[in-house]
Structures are given as C-alpha cells and as structure tokens.
Write a protein that binds this ligand. Structure first.
Ligand code: PDD
Length: 281
C-alpha cells in the first residue's frame, strides 16, 4: 500500500516514526477515519472540520488540514481502490521532541500520516441486517471526548469487555446517562422520537450522527438531542449505533435484554434505506 507521510507518498512499510514522537509518548495526537464508497469520500469536509477543531484546541502547529482532502483522493487512486469500499485513516501528532510534558519549544512540525485500506463490508452488512448485541459500561473516559484523540485505552477496554460478553459494542454510561459507543454514537427511539445525546464535551460529534439527524428531518421523523437515561432505556422501542464503519446498525439486545421485539425496528430500517439512497455519488 502507498501511504502519505509528512508530505511524501511512500510504501507504508517504509514509514518509520521516531520513538520521541509525542503521538507515541503521550497520545498527543488526533485521528480521523473517513469512509470511501466507490465513487467518492463520505463528507470529507466534515471530517477535516472536526480534525481542525481538535488541532485548534490542542494548539498544534497546523490547524487547517483541508489540503489533505485531495491527498486522500490521490491515495485512493494510487492504490487502485476507486471502485472498492475503503477506509482512509488520518493521524496527526504534535511532532517529535524529547519527552517533557509541556508543549515543546521550538514548536515541532506535526507528524502527519494518512493510509488507506480495503474495507470488507460483509460482516458489517450482516450486522446492519440482523442487528447487534451491546452492553453498557461505566464511562471512565476523560472530559474532552469531543476531540478525536488517539488516547483510546478506555474505548479498547470497553470494546474488549463487549467481545468477552458475546456483544459487539459497549455503550458508555456517565452519571446514569447513555452517552455513546466505543466507536459509534448511540440513538434510542422513544414514542417514535429518535433521541441521541446532545453535543457536548462528553461525546464525539459524529459525522454519521449528524447525517442521520438530517435524514430524520427529511423523512419527517421527530428527533430530540437530549439525555438518554439508563433507568428509562427499557422503554425504548429501538436502539441503534451510528458511525463511519457501522453506518446505522440496530441494537437488538442490550445487556442480554431484547430491545423491542428483538429484531431491527422500522425506524432503523427506514434510516438505513434513506442513508443508502443518500449515498448517490
Ligand atoms: N470512530 N463516537 C466515537 C467515540 C467514535 O470513535 C466514533 C468514530 C463515533 C462516530 O463518528 P463518525 O460518525 O464521525 O464516524 C462516535 C471511528 C470510526 C473509529 O474510531 O474507528
């Protein structure tokens, strides 16, 4: 695979990152995952806006990564993935400096990596049809989940816990409120209203979440960006997760309790159809 590294295209296996890179030492870094559908990238500008948001808050030396959008297109082309399903991974770190907590002086150039990979969608397609099982876990993450930093230890542990319990995703619960999944946003349907956590520093502003809310408006489905309380979750007729790799995937069991009738519900299916239609490249 050809990848992009600090301004150059090169074979991925030839890329070396010094151990003093702050991404390695401190997870002082941000990432994005952008879906490529045969024909085009999915909302690349929105992904770059989110990356820029994080870079601004972290005071990285570069806070405008819009020049990476054509680079992503180049990588898809160079790796002959134009007619395939693929993922673009972007990773930006503060750069290289001897280990010391404050921002290094002088400011190093950020380390910028972008890679692409073929995305085998078969397992995800199956999950979208049949639905997935999820568990809830305490949200032990920090309070800046709006930035897509690479410090994902809590997400890794939670997702592993899901796997060990025969589930596919874990949903973080903070102070009795279901926030989001380990790599997805979370939605519940109460009385035909699609409800999802409001944007805050406690969740990532998902691009798919945003698209799904827009599709709801388009379909005339009511939405509410408000807290989803753990003690009311049994009243939801449907649950679902949304994300770049999951699109819209129904949750058919939460903590081993069936959701609704235990099958993907009509709202999720209508949104999946609308999402597919929306992808008209
Ligand atoms: N994760 N919440 C979290 C914590 C996430 O990590 C993600 C995405 C989302 C969904 O955001 P979006 O719709 O923009 O993909 C929500 C990516 C896909 C990942 O970590 O692989």
């Amino acid at each position: 695979m050809i990848a992009y590294f600090n301004g150059r295209f090169m074979p991925k296996q030839d890329i070396c990152i010094p151990v003093d890179d702050r991404g390695f030492l401190f997870s002082d870094s941000l990432y994005e995952v952008i879906r490529y559908y045969p024909g085009g990238l999915f909302r690349p500008n929105a992904h770059i806006r989110r990356l820029n948001h994080g870079a601004g808050h972290l005071s990285l030396a570069c806070t405008d990564f819009s020049y990476l959008i054509p680079v992503a297109g180049d990588l898809i082309h160079q790796n002959q993935l134009e007619s395939q399903d693929a993922l673009v991974y972007i990773h930006v770190t503060r750069g290289i400096a001897p280990r010391n907590h404050p921002f290094p002086v002088p400011t190093p150039a950020p380390t910028i990596y972008m890679g692409v990979s073929l995305f085998d969608t078969s397992a995800k397609d199956r999950q979208r049809k049949t639905g997935i099982h999820a568990i809830t876990v305490p949200d032990i993450r920090w309070s800046r989940c709006d930035m897509k930093t690479t410090g994902l230890t809590a997400n890794v542990l939670a997702n592993q816990q899901a796997a060990e319990n025969g589930a596919d995703e874990a949903v973080f619960v903070r102070d009795g409120v279901l926030m989001e999944g380990t790599h997805t946003n979370f939605m519940a349907v109460f009385d035909n209203i699609v409800t999802t956590a409001p944007l805050s520093n406690y969740i990532l502003g998902g691009i798919t979440r945003d698209t799904v809310l827009a599709l709801c408006r388009h379909l005339g489905i009511r939405t509410s960006e408000s807290p989803i309380y753990e003690n009311r979750i049994h009243r939801a007729s449907e649950l679902m997760v949304t994300g770049t790799t999951t699109e819209i995937t129904p949750i058919v069991a939460l903590n081993d309790q069936p959701v609704g009738n235990g099958r993907p519900g009509p709202t999720a299916r209508a949104l999946q159809d609308a999402f597919t239609e929306h992808l008209s490249f």
